[in-house]
Design a protein. Structure first.
Length: 269
């Protein structure tokens, strides 16, 4: 099989499991390997920029809050009632026009979340869906979506059409339960490659216990990321782990995960 395009990854999971840190670090490591990376922040409290090492001069203005853009592209004012709007708005120029650029050249598009309720077919959602669906990737391009915590985004269908869904879990039964529900919802969206990644592992006994529980719940843990004190120190110093220590166990584990994904996607090319 020959793979003519790069791929899209969505990173999801329970609150606080490490989605943003993992998504942002993957973006930086893939950019370092020479890939063009578009990082998309799909959280109502967007903070992916800081993991990417971007300093803000002006406050972030997510796409869903750009009323003029939404109206121009969909033909409807956000929040209007009973409106007709185009479900297939033009989106191809949006990443270039509205992205911030990180020191490694990663494009960051802050999309945000429409406040208009679960599953809503509102102009904002139409624009966001079209945006994520219609990004055309060449062979060396990768898109990484940092999702909001929990399961609501499945109802909005934001991640429909991604090539990989990474469900981040931590060593708690609650995060496994969220992962299980995410897996079922991902299948409904037709996402075929769903990988569970166990983060914040403190010991092999802990990992073994969680893997056993995951197997009982039909979840397959594909990779581990250790709990790393370097991450904590970096955070206290106000720098990202990538800038603090590129040889830290966290960074090395994320680099291995990137290699694993690349091998999987480009295998048999
Ligand atoms: N492997 C790790 N070792 C140590 N600390 C970690 C590790 N992974 C994540 N953390 C810490 O856990 C906290 C949550 O991480 P992060 O913000 O990436 O999670 P999130 O899933 O994006 O959260 P939210 O649901 O709020 O978006 C942060 O303080 C982060 O530094
Ligand atoms: Mg986050």
């Amino acid at each position: 099989m020959s793979v003519e395009r790069g791929f899209k990854i969505a990173v999801c999971g329970k609150g606080g499991v490490g989605k943003t840190l993992i998504a942002g670090t993957m973006a930086r490591l893939l950019a370092k390997r020479g890939f063009k990376v578009l990082a998309i922040d799909v959280d109502s409290n967007p903070n992916l920029y800081s993991v990417l090492g971007i300093r803000l001069d002006t406050p972030l203005r997510p796409i869903v809050d750009r009323e003029e853009l939404i109206e121009e592209r969909t033909g409807a004012k956000p929040g209007g009632w009973g409106l007709f709007f185009t479900l297939n708005p033009r989106v191809d120029d949006i990443p270039d026009k509205y992205s911030l650029i990180s020191p490694e050249g990663i494009k960051l598009l802050t999309v945000g979340i429409s406040r208009a309720g679960l599953g809503c077919m509102c102009p904002q959602n139409a624009l966001v869906k079209a945006l994520i669906d219609h990004i055309v990737l060449d062979r060396s391009e990768i898109v990484i979506l940092d999702m909001e915590a929990g399961l609501e985004h499945f109802g909005r269908g934001t991640a429909r059409g991604v090539d990989y869904l990474l469900i981040i879990i931590e060593p708690t039964i609650k995060s496994l339960e969220t992962a299980k529900r995410s897996l079922l919802l991902a299948r409904e969206l037709g996402i075929s490659r769903v990988w569970c990644i166990l983060n914040k592992v403190k010991s092999s006994e802990e990992a073994d216990y969680i893997i056993k529980k995951a197997i009982e719940m039909n979840l397959q843990v594909k990779a581990f990321i250790p709990y790393d004190i370097n991450v904590v120190t970096a955070e206290l110093l106000g720098v990202s782990i990538f800038d603090y220590n590129k040889n830290s166990p966290f960074i090395l584990a994320i680099d291995k995960l990137c290699q694993y994904l690349l091998n999987d996607w480009y295998k048999g090319k």
